[in-house]
Design a protein around this ligand. Structure first.
Ligand code: GLA
Length: 391
């Protein structure tokens, strides 16, 4: 999104805030959704991930209050202003969208930060349920606004940790740290190489257009939800694997020792498959980083394809729609393709030569129609800015 467009959006969100609450907001903030290039389900195994921020973002107009009241409104959900008392906020008490911003306020206060209330109006262009981190964008934009308004002095990675806590404990979804860190810390024109163990990060230049390529996001329109059981089951299975192997996290199983580790797992077939995915996926992230750093961008295509096979066959979180995107894109000339995000629906990414984009988009759309699936949404993903104040 250009600066001029971003400013128009911020203006519209501020104007709506003023209508709702009768005074201009103290400021306007924006936080993006993300797409993950490689490193799936590695984040709750202390491993590596490589997301980048999308131009789609949650925008929040916010004012500070001193009276222990939180008022929330969203342009994207029917209904009026929700009013909550900060002292009444309690984990897993709210099954609506308001749990995300309220959870952030709860997490900040629980960590000892003096947040005394706020009026919030939100509007987001991140598609929800598409595996593009619409929830993280909502959390991070509110966290950043409160960080500024209450002069908390927290850094991006610290806000990400608090947002993850809000989602784990307040919302009740056992997600890792990738999405919140991506939204808080990504930079335009870069992918974020993140070590989820200590949150150390490296911004890797990722400008596909300059090299005649594009990265497409194909939203299958199959909705997923992380509070449902399958994500948690994978996480529990990984933790079981780490316990059986006597390590803190699967990150601690070196790729060179994978075969020995699998042998030690004996007839624990399900755990063996999960372990194999995590250990090979961490190695794939490292390979992608070194190829990008040496300027060999096209060579990451086959690694994306390997990653998809591992998620489909070992981790078992793909679905027919995601597989159809990947298979069709590859037979239509894509350099690489894989599902991205939590799985069981959501989106796939396709790396392609610029000249092949139209043919691939057409082929995928036609394949969906022939299979009787809902038509997918296809758009180009350009690495965009992380969370920031826009007014
Ligand atoms: C979801 C979670 C992340 C991560 C991905 C899978 O997006 O929110 O923490 O686990 O799935 O890589």
């Amino acid at each position: 999104m250009s600066e001029a467009v971003a400013d128009t959006v911020a203006g519209a969100v501020a104007e709506r805030f003023t209508e709702l609450y009768g005074a201009e907001p103290h400021g306007v903030w924006a936080a993006p959704g993300r797409v993950n290039l490689i490193g799936e389900h590695t984040d709750y195994n202390d491993g590596f991930v490589m997301p980048f921020a999308l131009p789609h973002k949650a925008v929040a107009a916010v004012s500070r209050r001193e009276d222990g009241v939180l008022r929330l409104h969203s342009a994207d959900v029917e209904g009026g202003v929700t009013e909550l008392r900060l002292d009444d906020l309690s984990p897993e008490s709210d099954k609506n969208w308001t749990a995300y911003p309220a959870g952030v306020v709860w997490a900040l206060r629980e960590a000892g930060h003096a947040v005394t209330g706020a009026d919030v109006h939100l509007s987001s262009t991140v598609p929800s349920g598409a595996g593009l981190s619409s929830s993280a964008a909502l959390e991070v934009v509110v966290a950043l606004a409160l960080n500024d308004l209450f002069s908390l002095g927290l850094r991006g990675w610290q806000l990400a940790r608090l947002c993850q806590r809000a989602e784990n404990v307040y919302v009740g979804a056992p997600v890792g740290i990738m999405d919140q860190t991506a939204s808080a810390c990504c930079e335009a024109g870069h992918a974020l190489f993140l070590d989820t163990r200590d949150l150390s990060q490296r911004q890797i230049p990722f400008d596909l257009a300059a090299e005649g390529m594009r990265l497409l996001v194909v939203d299958t329109q199959v909705k997923h939800s992380h509070s449902e059981g399958e994500y948690g089951k994978r996480r529990a299975g990984c933790e079981k694997g780490a316990a059986l192997l006597g390590v803190d996290a699967l990150r601690d199983v070196p790729y060179a020792e994978l075969d020995a580790a699998l042998a030690r797992l004996g007839d624990e077939e399900e755990v063996r498959r999960l372990v194999r995915h995590i250990v090979t996926e961490n190695e794939r992230v490292e390979r992608v980083v070194s190829l990008l750093e040496s300027g060999d961008t096209r060579a990451i295509g086959p690694i994306l394809i390997e990653g998809h096979a591992s998620l489909r066959d070992d981790f078992r979180i793909s679905c027919p729609e995601l597989d159809l995107v990947v298979d069709t894109a590859l037979t239509s000339g894509a350099l690489g393709a894989r599902m991205t995000g939590g799985g069981f629906g959501g989106s796939a990414i396709v790396l392609a030569e610029e000249t092949d984009v139209d043919a691939i988009t057409k082929a995928v759309t036609e394949a969906f129609s022939a299979a009787g699936f809902t038509s997918p949404r296809v758009f180009e993903a350009v690495p965009s800015a992380g969370a920031r104040r826009v007014r």
